[in-house]
Each structure stands twice: as structure tokens, then as C-alpha cells.
Design a protein around this ligand. Sequence first.
Ligand code: 7TS
Length: 429
Amino acid sequence: MREQATKRGSEEQTNKAAAEALRPEAIRKDFPALGQTVHGRPLVYLDNAATTQRPLAVIEAIRGFYLRDNANVHRGSYDLSHRATEAYEAARARTARFLNAAEPAEIIFTRNATEAINLAAFSWSERFLGPGDAILLTEMEHHSNLVPWQMAARRAGARLLFVPVTGPEGLLDMDRVQALLRPPVKLFAFTHVSNALGTINPAAELCRLARQRGIVTLVDAAQSAGHMPLDVRELGCDFLALSGHKLCGPTGIGALYAKRELLEAMPPWQTGGEMIDQVTLDQSSWAPPPHKFEAGTPNIAGAVGLGAAVDYLERIGRERVFRHELELTAYALDRLKEVKGLRLFGPKTAPPHAGAISFCFETIHAHDVVTFVDRLGVALRGGHHCAQPLMRKLGVPATARASFYLYNTRQEADALVEALQETRRFFGA
Ligand code: 7TS
């Protein structure tokens, strides 16, 4: 009884914590890199869509691994190697839990989201894509979720089809989705959140429509994992790709989630050590998933860092992170309207606008904007954001982009607006 009451009490506390607004000022203490000045100004780091900063918990986890547990995995039969293997596989289990995958074997560690998509595009297409088939993508894809499919289609004699992006708000044309999700389409790959427009796509709905028609789905979650609650079983996707460095983790580690039956059916991508069962001079058989898809010595310390990152985000609560980001985005979208001559891309409201805001001045190149505001301490990204087809559609060569994360504050959104006002005055726009 008492135990139950205590449990209920702690659940209530957890729920209360989840309901509490996130306090970025407190969170910033976990991120030493944010406390610095650049060009004599406090750093305002707004390039989180490119990569996020790392909390001490992640830095310490990597340090601790190299200080105490460093050895190769799945090889030695000595204590240190067992510890390294345990740490690596524990990171896989934590990542699986983070995504609510049915089992850790559904998580393949990769270098990043790009490699995760390349793996899926190569192996799935080898087995399941043939002449005359089609792959459906959208016009807002990052090159990482476009070029691998171009290559796969070329190899298979298949073609690519695209869901159009509509209007200045940059939403997917849902009528066209309905019309396109039918033979010869075999797979639908789309971004959950656009890095260039900030649009949050209705991923669960898109997966549901595809599933109804027997079409396989891949969700590019590079911009959503770590920013909002994400549950692969609720989404109903077949594949999902993420990068550790965009969710507080280290660079050089990412993951592909895939349903086990697909991983069983797909041939390996890279081959060599670690991924085999039996090898003769003439032929080989494969280890079961996930190891079938992890050739060679993996990024062990990177996986440990990713495990620490997902733990960190779970402690904070992704629901709170998401709410904070939406509130900050809504505030910034509103304030950016004050800047004369600034053209904003993407949805007008948050949601469906996530924390990456793209904009440009009609008469100042995005690179000039980014270089100018850097001198004021504000770190933005300028360019085509690896989405050249989308830029062509928007009719601009490049945009400047501010992207928020859990540690960004309203004061930083104000600093962005002020820096853009100064830019406009300086260039006489
Ligand atoms: N997909 C999306 C939607 C992305 O935004 C990115 C990276 C990737 C895939 C690839 O991630 P990677 O970790 O494999 O490189 N986007 C960005 C960006 O917007 N600025 O720098 C990288």
C-alpha cells in the first residue's frame, strides 16, 4: 500500500515536472560552450538545425568511456572488452527506448542521418525495388534524403516522384499525397521537419496513408528527434533516420530505426568484419540484425555519447522541449515582422512551424546578413541549406536561418531582431 502510494506520489511529481515550463536559463548551465563571448559580445547560438551544443553529461560520458572502459567491442573475452561491449549495447537499448522501438536490434548505429538514409536506400532498394517502380519524396527534402534515392532509382531502373510544396507557407500538398500514394510507388521517404522551411509535416498521417496502400515509409527525423516526443510505433513508420549531433549528442554517430522483418530481408550494405556469421574464401553468411549492418569497428564512444544525450533529453522531457521551442518560435515569428523588408518563409504560426526560421532581405544576400550578425555575436546559417530544389521553387538563391533549441531564450530572439535591424540600417535596405 505504502509502496503504491509512494509510487503514485513520484508519478505525480514527474507529471508536475512535465507540466512545468522549461527554464532555459537553468538549462544553459549544462552547456559550457554557451557561456562564451564572440567578437566581444555574448554568443547567441542560433544554428541548432546544423548542430546543437553538448551538455556536460554527454562530454563526461565520452570522457569516462575513454578513461575507464576503452576497448574494442564484440571481440575480446577480457573484462575491459566486456565493459566496452556492454556500454555500446546499452546505448543501443537506450536509443531504442527513446524511439519506442520494439527491440534494440531494430537500431543500427551509423555515422549520421545521411548514412542511415544511404543504408536504407541501398539495402532496401537492392531487395525490393525494380524496373518501373517509383519512390515518392517531397520537394522539401534535404539532399541527404534525395540523392541516395536518385542513386537507388538509377540502379534499379525505377523513378522518383515528388509531393509538391504549396504556397508561401511551405506545406505539403495533401491532395497530391493522396493521389501519388499508389502503384508504382513502393516507398515514401519524407522529412518530419523541414530544415529550410521549419514546417512540421503530419508524419503519423503520412505513414498511415502509405501503410493503407502497402507502401513502405522512411521518416527523416534529423530535425525532429530530440526536439519533440517521437515514437516509431505511434508514427507507424518502417524506417526512421536521426543524427546524434542534432540532439545534444556527439558528431559521427547517428541511427537508423527499421522494422525487424525489413532488416531480416535486406542484404547488408557495407561488408567486412563484425557483420558476418561464417566466411570461406568464396562466400559468406551474415550475422543477424543489427550487426549485419554494422561492418568494422563502430564509433563506440560516439554511441556512449548518444546514449547520454537521449538520457539527458528524457530527464528534461521532450514534451517540455517541444513546447518551449514552439513558444519561442511563435514569439520570434511575431517579432521578426517588425523588421522592414524581411521576407519570412515557412508556416505563419507555431505549430506547424518548428524552431528553424528561414528569412531573407530582398536586397541583401543571406551570406552578408550572416557575416554581419556574426560580428554582433549572433550565429546564424546562410545558404541553400542542402535543399537546392526547394530554393529554386522559392525563387531565392539562399536564405538566412535562425534555429532554436531548448537552451535558447526570449532575450536571444530579441538579440536576433536587434541584429537584423542593425543589418538593415548598415546596408541601407
Ligand atoms: N535531413 C535533414 C532534414 C537535415 O536537416 C539534415 C542536416 C540531414 C538530413 C543530414 O544530417 P547529417 O547529420 O547526416 O548531416 N541539416 C543541416 C542543416 O540544416 N544545416 O547543416 C546541416
